[in-house]
Design a protein around this ligand. Structure first.
Ligand SMILES: *[C@@H]1O[C@H](CO)[C@@H](O)[C@H](O)[C@H]1NC(C)=O
Ligand SMILES: *[C@@H]1O[C@H](CO)[C@@H](O)[C@H](O)[C@H]1NC(C)=O
Ligand SMILES: *[C@@H]1O[C@H](CO)[C@@H](O)[C@H](O)[C@H]1NC(C)=O
Length: 323
């Protein structure tokens, strides 16, 4: 029989440590929990070395950041000829309107680009390794809820989010959301199987928002700036099938909104409601959909849209936790 007193004190000690490190009922945090950070609420710039190459990123913590509380993490990927700051400004995802309780992370692509386009500087394995190294660094330095890591991006950055979803690195993420995605690495369906897209698990939640009048990444697919792109409805159907729907149309519901100018598609696949979702804005061009005029809408030569992509993306992420 074990001596009771030492056993009890051991139990009490571990309960006490557990209670001070993480509130009861909270998810387990990463190694970075307990590390103090300053200037919370202000975006801060960092670099890391990935396979011998210096890479840059910025991180934004909620101003109320609690070093002992595990936070959901959202990676935001800028479009071509961009930097993380552009995506942060366009989407306003660092704002407490959207992410009062999330950590935002904005990586910079090499040469302003992400792998996958024919003009990219980095190779796909190189950028995927960067994402993996970046996740290691952030988990070690900040308090992250490992079951709630998400990726979003615009245009070529959205395409790269899909490249992550189609790779083993996608196993780290709970859900993916793309705006006006340039899907260069996933244009060779039909399912099954496409060697260029082997998701780490199924179902894997994916959302895409696209303009029916996009002159750069055509809704109907075809040649784009950096390569051939699939038709958006075809690509959505591939994801429905990858996620366990027998055909692209089974499990799909369509809702027409704003007097028929916006269409929301949602699939239940693999027993998960809304695991694939799509918003089509008929007259929208190549931009980040926003009800408040953003720079991508100005650059695209259009006004605001009836839907707000940042709201939709965060609400989508909030529905999913990595199993
Ligand atoms: C890492 O760097 C080496 C040497 O430059 C290169 O051969 C290799 O392809 C790189 N690996 C990745 C994943 O980019
Ligand atoms: C990239 O691909 C597009 C579409 O196929 C093509 O028009 C363009 O010439 C290509 N550019 C390069 C540098 O290969
Ligand atoms: C909705 O569309 C119909 C048909 O095009 C049009 O007559 C009507 O004015 C529109 N309503 C609004 C609120 O835009």
């Amino acid at each position: 029989m074990l001596p009771l007193a030492p056993l009890l004190s051991l139990l009490c000690a571990s309960v006490a440590v557990g209670a001070s490190a993480v509130a009861r009922g909270s998810p387990a945090g990463t190694a970075g929990c307990g590390t103090t950070h300053f200037f919370n609420g202000l975006t801060q710039y960092h670099s890391l070395t990935s396979n011998g190459t210096t890479r840059h990123y910025s991180i934004h913590l909620p101003s109320s950041y609690d070093k002992n509380k595990p936070y959901p993490l959202v990676l935001g990927f800028h479009g071509s000829s961009g930097i993380g700051l552009f995506f942060e400004l366009d989407t306003r995802l660092s704002s407490s309107d959207y992410t009062p309780d999330k950590i935002m992370l904005y990586p910079d692509g090499l040469g302003g680009a992400w792998a996958g386009a024919n003009y990219s500087v980095a190779t796909v394995p190189q950028d995927l390794l960067f994402v993996s190294d970046l996740l290691d660094e952030v988990r070690a330095g900040w308090c992250i809820d490992n079951s709630r890591i998400y990726a979003t991006g615009i245009s070529a950055g959205g395409g790269f989010v899909n490249t992550i979803a189609c790779s083993p690195v996608g196993a780290n993420f709970a859900a993916f959301a793309l705006g006006s995605g340039s899907l260069y690495t996933d244009a060779t369906g039909p399912f099954p199987p496409s060697a260029s897209c082997v998701p780490a698990r199924s179902p894997l939640p994916v959302l895409e928002i696209h303009g029916g009048a996009d002159p750069d990444v055509h809704y109907a697919g075809g040649p784009g700036e950096g390569g051939i792109e699939p038709a958006i409805p075809d690509w959505l159907g591939w994801w429905a099938q990858r996620n366990g729907c027998a055909t692209p149309d089974v499990g799909k519901t369509v809702e027409d909104l704003f007097n028929g100018t916006v269409h929301h598609w949602s699939w239940t696949c693999g027993g998960v409601p809304g695991v694939v979702q799509h918003w089509k804005v008929d007259d929208m061009k190549h931009c980040w959909a926003s009800t408040t005029l953003d720079l991508t809408e100005i650059a695209a030569g259009q006004g605001t849209t009836p839907i707000d992509a940042s709201t939709i993306v965060i609400q989508f992420f909030d529905q999913f936790t990595k199993p």
